[in-house]
Design a protein around this ligand. Structure first.
Ligand SMILES: [Fe+2]
Length: 293
């Protein structure tokens, strides 16, 4: 093998854009095999450019190979929910529609699903969220992702001025949402001594310098100058403005899909529009990020 050929571990890899503003699909790569630096860079750059990337056809890989694939994109961080982890892999957490909360009810329900970016209650939230499909329903149950960089740029100037410089105060769950929240999350927040984590409502991407609307609606206690209730209404209104179809992609999984989301330029949401007697199980990995600014 020539030196040049040995650098190409995925010679048949193809990256195909889904739509102009968001999404790309990768085929022709096997994550069970080592991936060379040039291919890793092409994948990383495709995530940043397209906001969400789907690597297809990986249902044969082991959790160790999945973790190694995740580590191509940076240092993995722990999911703050430590209840559901893959055995022996503390950096891979499990999202499963058969998980129950401590009261025996489904741990996640559709009425609690909001557009969000992950772990905003932390000082250093993840830069990438990765979701790997283990079991999926016949239809529905998509993960929707919105390019909140393109959406921000489309906003009218007066609204941009209003949100530029605004801050969010982030907790595990907003006090305005506690009545309907997961009881374990509500209990953890009520017992927490940790002050809210303050982040910008519009953040700057550390690699591209672009701005994006960036929040977790359920975790935002307040936006600057608003009560918790006003905050929920304001963020719903803002969500409606930015999650327009041209900025969004709803990915319906096939088993073995690996979705990689650039959390610094997007919001995402889980879909509950599927037959819940069917099994939906995803593995999640998070790549450590910078302090938002
Ligand atoms: Fe999420």
């Amino acid at each position: 093998m020539s030196a040049a050929a040995s650098l190409v571990s995925a010679p048949s890899m193809q990256i195909t854009k889904v739509k102009e503003q968001i999404g790309a699909i990768v085929t022709g790569i096997d994550l069970a095999k080592p991936v060379d630096a040039a291919t890793r860079k092409a994948l990383y750059d495709a995530v940043v450019e397209n906001v969400v990337l789907v690597i297809r056809g990986q249902s044969h890989i082991t959790p160790a190979q999945l973790q190694a694939a995740g580590e191509m994109f940076g240092e993995l961080m722990e999911d703050q929910n430590r209840r559901y982890l893959v055995d022996g892999f503390p950096l891979i957490s499990v999202l499963d529609n058969r998980h129950l909360d401590s009261k025996g009810q489904p741990a996640k329900v559709g009425t609690n699903a909001t557009w969000h970016t992950d772990h905003t209650n932390q000082e250093f939230p993840p830069k990438f969220t990765m979701l790997y499909a283990v079991a999926v329903p016949d239809k529905g149950g998509a993960t929707s992702v919105c390019n909140s960089r393109a959406a921000y740029e489309s906003l009218p100037d007066d609204l941009k001025r209003r949100i530029d410089g605004a801050k969010t105060e982030n907790t595990l769950i907003s006090s305005a949402r506690m009545k309907t929240g997961n009881p374990d999350v509500v209990k953890a927040q009520l017992e927490s001594q940790k002050p809210p984590t303050v982040h910008p409502l519009v953040r700057t991407h550390p690699e591209t310098g672009t701005k994006a609307v960036w929040f977790h609606k359920s975790k935002t206690e307040t936006v600057t100058g608003m009560s918790p209730e006003e905050t929920q209404d304001f963020l719903q209104d803002l969500t409606d403005k930015i999650t327009q179809p041209q900025f969004c992609y709803a990915h319906e999984y096939q088993p073995g899909d690996l979705l990689i989301i650039d959390d610094r330029a997007s919001l995402h949401k889980a879909g509950f529009d599927y037959d819940h007697s069917q099994h939906r199980r995803l593995y999640r990995m998070l790549v450590r990020g910078d302090r938002p600014y």
